[in-house]
Design a binder for this molecule. Structure first.
Ligand code: ATP
Ligand code: MG
Length: 421
């Protein structure tokens, strides 16, 4: 037997209902906030991720799926969505559109070579939005509020928005020096990843999952103290908007995010679910004002976020939110002989054309077994076809909850069903 590759899983049954439900909520909320859908390729030129996510990032150093195609091109399965959206923005010259800013949402699978565990897979699905072209702090607040609103809409309440500012380049240069000076004496004590990060991307040491309780990190200088005045003012504005929008937040001085392209606002949305362990971050994002230019486009301020759909499925299942995703049947049609079955096929077609969700037997079950199947599918109404009735132009409808039966004239069956489901 061939098994699925390590770190992947099949989404079907109940999980699939959650999956569609979550994507549906994100899509509806994104449209409400005036974002438009974009579909980008699942693989891109490898250099796109090296240049955007950053050579020193965890993703590029150890998580990408790289391969050569038959034409010897170096390609990478996308580990995240922002790089592809920015590439598409530049390549399609969206910066030239009269209508600005460009606000986009995407969903789809991402690929990261990680050690699989609860909420951490090698094929994962993200939903994300990117707002390209606005530097307004209100744009940061809009993106955060969209994420929070979508998650709350799903009935998930115990979430925390953690936020920090990485400031502008000047701020980060000054801070990097101060942080290196502070960490230098401790460096031999830190994990091997952090020893490498010290040389390539020392800020990343702050959100190391291994060393997070180490004294070196606890006593580290805070970037907040290094923000220059314009960065400080900008951060204060974002927080002020969040307060106006009634979004509770927690400033987290150690939040730096793994990717190289962030500046100013960075945030994470975290749940308190213990089952997810260190995979309890359900969404994350921030501002990346330098990325479009770095990838060859005009200087363009941007902000975005991405949520992990797989982790949201786990949270919703744990909270037992089945009510919100119930997908019950409106009508089950029972039929036994050929004449009844033919009528059932025609009736099912008419009902579906009228947006009524219905089902009929296709396994030659007995009438009793058909009733059982109707119960399993939680049908609201049953249409009990029988040849005797049909001769008289009558159809019997049964309410599957009250068991009350009603004889309906065949010509009125559609209207009757529609007004009773
Ligand atoms: P983490 O710190 O948990 O590794 P990350 O910083 O790598 O997360 P991002 O790149 O910001 O995550 O991705 C955004 C969201 O995508 C995460 O908050 C998480 O919900 C989800 N995600 C990231 N990696 C995985 C994975 N391997 N499996 C499932 N979901 C993931
Ligand atoms: Mg990660």
């Amino acid at each position: 037997m061939i098994s699925r590759p390590k770190g992947t899983y099949d989404i079907y049954g109940e999980d699939a209902k959650y999956y569609n439900y979550i994507n549906g909520v994100f899509t509806a909320i994104s449209e409400l906030y005036n974002y438009s859908y974009i579909r980008i390729p699942i693989f891109e030129e490898s250099s796109l991720f090296h240049r955007s996510v950053g050579e020193a990032s965890d993703i590029v150093t150890k998580e990408t799926y790289d391969f050569k195609d038959r034409g010897e091109r170096s390609l990478t399965l996308r580990p995240e969505g922002t790089a592809g959206v920015v590439r598409a923005y530049i390549e399609n010259k969206m910066y030239g559109d009269v209508s600005q800013p460009i606000k986009l949402y995407y969903m789809g699978t991402m690929y990261r070579y990680e050690r699989p565990q609860a909420g951490r897979y090698r094929e994962l699905t993200q939903f994300g939005v990117e707002a390209l072209g606005s530097d307004a702090p209100s744009q940061d607040a809009e993106v955060i509020s969209l994420a929070v609103r979508a998650i709350e809409e799903m009935g998930i309440e115990n979430i925390t928005v953690k936020i920090n500012s990485l400031g502008d380049i000047e701020t980060r240069n000054n801070y990097r020096e101060a942080l290196k000076k502070h960490l230098e004496p401790y460096i031999k004590d830190l994990c091997s990843d952090c020893q490498k990060r010290f040389l390539t991307n020392p800020l990343r040491i702050l959100d190391c999952k291994v060393d997070k309780d180490h004294e070196a990190l606890k006593t580290a200088p805070k970037i907040r103290e290094y923000l220059n005045s314009s960065s400080k003012e900008r951060f204060a504005k974002v927080l002020e908007y969040l307060e106006y929008l009634d979004i509770d937040y927690e400033i987290d001085d150690n939040l730096v995010r793994g990717l190289d392209y962030y500046d100013h606002t960075v945030f994470e949305i975290v749940t308190d679910m213990e089952e997810l362990g260190n995979a309890n971050t359900i969404g994350a994002g921030g501002r990346y004002n330098g990325l479009v230019e770095k990838l060859g486009g005009p200087s363009t301020p941007c902000v975005g976020f991405a949520c992990g759909i797989d982790r949201l499925i786990i949270v919703l299942k744990e909270l037992n939110k089945t009510r919100d995703i119930s997908n019950n049947l409106d009508v089950y049609i029972t039929a036994v002989n050929e004449e009844e079955k033919l009528k059932a096929v025609i009736l099912a077609q008419d009902l579906r054309l009228s947006e009524v969700k219905c089902e009929m037997d296709t396994l030659a079950r007995s009438l009793k077994a058909q009733f059982k199947q109707a119960d399993r599918l939680k049908a609201k109404l049953l249409i009990l076809l029988n040849s005797e009735d049909l001769k008289k132009g009558i159809i019997t409808v049964k309410d599957n909850l009250t068991h009350e039966e009603t004889k309906v004239d065949e010509s009125e069956i559609l209207d009757y069903i529609i007004s009773n489901i």
